[in-house]
Design a protein. Sequence first.
Length: 116
Amino acid sequence: MREIWGFPAYEEYPHRVSAEVFNLWRRVWRKIQRPMNFDLEGIPPMAMELEEQLWVCVDVSFNKSPVIAWSDFQNKDRALHDPVPCIVTQFHFGASQIREQALLVMAEELHRMIGD
């Protein structure tokens, strides 16, 4: 994945990813163990670029510029049902409006990948 940290951040804050989404991601990552990219169906022109410790929603129509990123997942010493603390970095003022929808669409795509 391209280096996103050279882009100016609009806002950065602590957040929690639901256990369901994070656990699904871990299942897919353990199976595939490579970065993946896919369009976010229903949220054009957005796409997700996923690595082990970084998820980035990018604007495909604007040279894949980052819109929002989830990083620094704190998944050690937690119960499987606990949300996972992380850091959200917004690169666009409207990113918070698609934050949860992007995660839901990402989860749908991950379910398709593993055949759930």
